[in-house]
Design a protein around this ligand. Sequence first.
Ligand code: GUN
Length: 293
Amino acid sequence: MADVIDGKKVAEEVVGKVKTLSGALHAKGASRPGLAVVIVGEDPASQVYVSSKSRTAKECGFHSVQHTLPADTTEDELLGLIHDMNADHAIHGILVQLPLPSHIDAGKVIQAIAPDKDVDGFHFVNVGKLGAGEMETAFVPCTPAGSMLLIERVRGKDLSGLNAVVVGRSNIVGKPMANLLLAANCTVTVAHSRTKDLPALARTADILVAAVGRPEMVKGDWVKPGATVIDVGINRIPAPDKGPGKSRLVGDVAYEGAAQVAGAITPVPGGVGPMTIAMLMANTVTSAYLAAG
Ligand code: GUN
């Protein structure tokens, strides 16, 4: 049976360190780290994520600002807000929760965020730095950064020569995850919907990262014995066994089967999810230190 990777515990450790750093910065007379989170519209999942981010920011002793904008907010209005926050010295991190309503060009909005406040790591400047291996000066997207920390907890810092398979090629997770694993000297394959014989490819992985957004797609017999399995998926599916209209959260990995074979595995919930928020706090405190000089 696999070891269960406790993302909640590691995330609490990260948040604890961020709190200390935040307090130390304030004690030096610099302004507290400031995080602004923007949500447009009323997507229920996004509302949960955003309030969790704002709450954790407060716990870290940050100046925490939440902008809750109506679904009919125009692109110009949103760009105007970003422009103001870019110029606001009390704000060190800006996060616009995705997805945005379809009348707003998300790409344009992300590129409008000042790269040195882009704590999501989605701006092309940060994407480019990560792609070029300039990790020291890049903001790395929070979910892949948190996944790497969990992988290092299990396998140690030296991942040289391990085979890593990343299932999913999104800009938010798959691609940056692949770059981080590559920078850590893994042999990396990125699989996607057109990949041939995905189960056989997955079975070559010492580190298997599932980030496709399809409930329980990765089966137990796709997992190499002893592999480290990182499940990035958070999917809500009907759970009639819990009662009419009930649902439950599952990952992209069929957990029960995979846990029989893997060496270590992240649960859903309680695995990668808490790490995403913790790394957002870490990026924000880094940004505040850089601003303080
Ligand atoms: N929506 C889902 N994940 C994320 C994330 O990491 N950042 C932002 N801004 N939106 C998201």
